[in-house]
Design a protein around this ligand. Sequence first.
Ligand SMILES: [Zn+2]
Length: 82
Amino acid sequence: MKFLRQPLLCDECKKPIEEYAHGMIEWLEDGSAISEVRVVHNPAHSPTGRCYKHLYHAKRRELHLADILNNEALRKQLEITD
Ligand SMILES: [Zn+2]
């Protein structure tokens, strides 16, 4: 289960994601199996420039954090809550 309450820390660099608009969700999806759900910085707002872990993984999916907030179905699927 992932929580989106503040302070929201990046799963990679462990620094705060100041605004939802600065965050991304990345995960691996293999059929119906979802794993490695991570809340990370969008590269444009990343202190290190690279907070993605699975960038070149064939099963990788990503979505802007802001877009996931109102998507109840997807949040349930990814086990993301407030
Ligand atoms: Zn980060």
